[in-house]
Design a protein around this ligand. Structure first.
Ligand code: PXL
Length: 284
């Protein structure tokens, strides 16, 4: 049987070194058999998480012409996956992109990349956080961490451990912004396990996917997780199965990186998790 190949538009920055955003999304989604079309929002020498002296080239002015050109080619995307945006104006441009390419049968997946561990990334302002809410309102699925979730719903950050009641309240408040499905990362009820909660507003179903917590804050894991989630969804897995697959892939990548004692700022070794990931996706 011939399956029509899926195509995803990935809208993130490209940080040359440090394994996040497009240097993660492109290889992971492509490895899952999905064509990956990229719109870089900025070019940096490295990500901004704990590495000083990074270069930053903003690509805001290129994004409307790229959108226009893709529209002239009548491209269809099975999913639009957005992450790190490089300027305030890009929030409007992304909304225009959604309006141009949203169809009945495709998915808008927004990772509202802006904060972690209770803090906004240093290049973002509180106004940016308010703007990020606008693009989340247009999404079918959003994948915030708990810091981003608090910013989106305008509540103080709670560092955890959490209760099921708290997480379920967050999921429902996030769904009230507009997206039908939510995947919330960084969920833990005790010190042993860490994972994600998924919520489908149309069925009111909540599921959890956990794995053993590995100590340390590893950079870029949100992008590894989001890219794996999009890959699994595009390969026909449901939201809960996709969340489980993404948790496994991310945890395996973190574990290998921890075993190698790699600098936590250098991103995780997801590359060598790809064979197991493909088995999970039933592609190998
Ligand atoms: O992984 C999120 C991310 C993406 N892109 C850049 C970043 C970060 C997080 O710090 O700095 C440039």
């Amino acid at each position: 049987m011939v399956n029509k190949q899926k195509r995803v538009a990935a809208i993130h920055d490209i940080s040359g070194f440090g394994r996040c955003s497009l240097t993660v999304a492109l290889p992971i989604i492509s490895a899952s058999g999905v064509e990956t079309v990229v719109m870089p929002t900025a070019v940096l020498s490295t990500h901004t998480g704990g590495i000083s002296g990074f270069t930053y080239h903003d690509l805001t002015d290129d994004m409307r012409p790229i959108t226009k050109h893709w529209k002239s080619l009548d491209l269809h995307f099975d999913a639009i996956y957005t992450g790190f945006l490089g300027s305030f104006e890009q929030l409007d441009i992304v909304v225009e992109f959604f309006d141009t390419f949203k169809k009945e049968d495709n998915l808008i997946v927004v990772d509202p990349v802006m904060a972690d561990n209770g803090e906004l990334y240093k290049i973002f302002t509180p106004e940016f956080a308010a703007g990020m809410r606008k693009i989340c309102e247009k999404a079918d699925i959003i994948i915030p961490n708990l810091t981003e979730a608090s910013l989106l719903i305008g509540e103080d950050y709670n560092p955890g451990p959490y209760t099921e009641e708290y997480i379920e309240g967050m999921l429902k408040k996030l769904a009230a912004l507009g997206p039908d499905r939510i995947v919330l990362t960084g969920v833990f009820f005790d010190d042993t396990y860490l994972g994600a909660a998924s919520y489908d507003n149309s069925t009111d179903e909540i599921s959890y996917a956990f794995s053993k917590r590995i100590p340390g804050y590893y950079h870029g894991t949100g992008d590894v997780f989001g890219s794996a989630l999009v890959s699994a969804l595009m390969n026909g897995f449901d939201l809960h199965q996709s969340t489980e697959i993404a948790v496994r892939f991310t945890t395996e990548s973190i574990q290998r990186t921890a075993d190698a004692k790699t600098d936590i700022r250098f991103g995780v070794n997801f590359e060598q998790s790809i064979p197991d990931f493909l088995k999970d996706l039933k592609l190998a």
